[in-house]
Design a protein around this ligand. Structure first.
Ligand code: ATP
Ligand code: MG
Length: 356
């Protein structure tokens, strides 16, 4: 059982079965309300139950949270974890790979700029990928160069499309970004499925675009890897995404994160996301989450969204008041095994090493 804290009213220990998390979890709350600490506590408890956690740490805050926890594995894109988007799905047929790369790059544009490729851009990228697909050293510089080459002999409008593609991806052709997206450390990605807590520190990538692309690549690799397992009765991995609105926002329909939340439960994956506002998260992900952890909310409207997705028992007649007035580290928790919901002071004595 995972010890998450103490029930505020009764003083009882509040525990959840790892199975509760198989239905995924959402953690919400305003800045400083305790979301990342709660994620860290869940990862710590998962580790005690022998379940590995992989944390996408957008802001680099987990290194401090785990400073007193021995054996946590850290990965820094551009240094000890480099992953090329063009090295995924290598076992697939070329046509299938081109389709998947296009889909990945398109999703990256959709979440980063809320824009899809134009039909011409799609065609240019697809043609470039067709020419490059057999090459082992394929990277963004080559993709941009190939787009420009193809456009050169065509109408001016093609040239504009090639430049639009270049402007999206040129950041990945320089310095540490080039490195982060250039090679693939196959052994490292297998490592994260082994026991323990694994933190990918994305803060080093500085900007939203590389953070988003790296997150999407990792999510795709997780999906690929976990689907190679057969259906699993045991939880295999807790995949934790902090500041998740960046890649699981509500405006992106049929997104990868939505797919993960809908398809991977039966393979034993638990998706655990943390984000300030429920209204910003894809509603399908919210609706697919069995565990809902609401720290202090900034507004009544956000509290109402939480209420809509949970079933607080009648004693929470003033539910919105309750979640808007929680103290730091307190949260309302609803889970499949605790459907009525409880207000919990997150953390037991042993977790004090995580709350400094
Ligand atoms: N369960 C807890 N018990 C004790 N203190 C806590 C707890 N949760 C959070 N805190 C305190 O509040 C601080 C902020 O918490 P945390 O970093 O988890 O918030 P957050 O919601 O992730 O904030 P942000 O949105 O800024 O990332 C922590 O550094 C810690 O001092
Ligand atoms: Mg945080």
């Amino acid at each position: 059982m995972l010890r998450l804290g103490i029930v505020k009213n009764s003083g009882d220990l509040f525990m959840l079965d790892p199975e509760d998390f198989r239905k995924h979890a959402c953690i919400f709350g305003m800045t400083g309300s305790g979301k990342s600490t709660t994620l860290a506590i869940i990862a710590y408890e998962m580790q005690k139950s022998g379940i590995p956690s992989l944390i996408l740490d957008r802001t680099g805050e987990f290194k401090n949270k785990f400073i007193k926890v021995p054996g946590v594995h850290y990965y820094l894109p551009g240094y000890n974890l480099n992953i090329s988007p063009f090295k995924i799905w290598e076992e697939e047929a070329e046509e299938e790979r081109i389709h998947r790369y296009l889909w990945l790059l398109e999703e990256f544009c959709r979440i980063t700029w809320k824009e899809s490729f134009s039909p011409l851009q799609t065609r240019l990228i697809a043609q470039s990928l067709e020419r490059l697909i057999g090459r082992d050293d394929m990277d963004f510089s080559m993709l941009i160069e190939e787009c420009r080459k193809i456009a050169k002999d065509e109408l001016k409008i093609w040239f504009e499309a090639a430049e639009a593609i270049a402007s999206r991806f040129s950041i990945f052709t320089v310095g540490k970004f080039r490195k982060a997206f250039n090679e693939t450390s196959n052994s490292t990605i297998s490592e994260v499925f082994q026991e323990g807590i694994h933190v990918i520190d994305l803060s080093n990538l500085e900007y939203d675009a590389p953070k988003n692309l790296f997150s999407l690549i990792i999510a795709n690799l997780v999906m690929l890897k976990i689907k190679k397992n057969s259906f699993s009765r045991k939880l295999n991995l807790a995949f934790m995404i902090d500041e998740a609105h960046n890649i699981a926002g509500k405006e992106i329909k049929y997104s990868l994160m939505e797919k993960i939340s809908m398809e991977l439960r039966k393979y034993g994956l638990s998706l655990i996301i943390a984000s300030p506002n429920p209204s910003e998260i894809n509603p399908n992900i919210l609706a697919n989450s069995g565990v809902l952890i609401a720290h202090q909310m900034l507004s009544i409207e956000e509290a109402e969204t939480i209420k809509k997705y949970s079933y607080p028992s009648s004693y929470f007649s003033t539910f919105e008041d309750v979640v808007c007035n929680l103290k730091t580290g307190e949260a309302f928790i609803r889970a499949p095994s605790r459907l009525e919901g409880e207000v919990v002071k997150i953390g037991v004595k042993e977790h004090s090493i995580l709350t400094i």
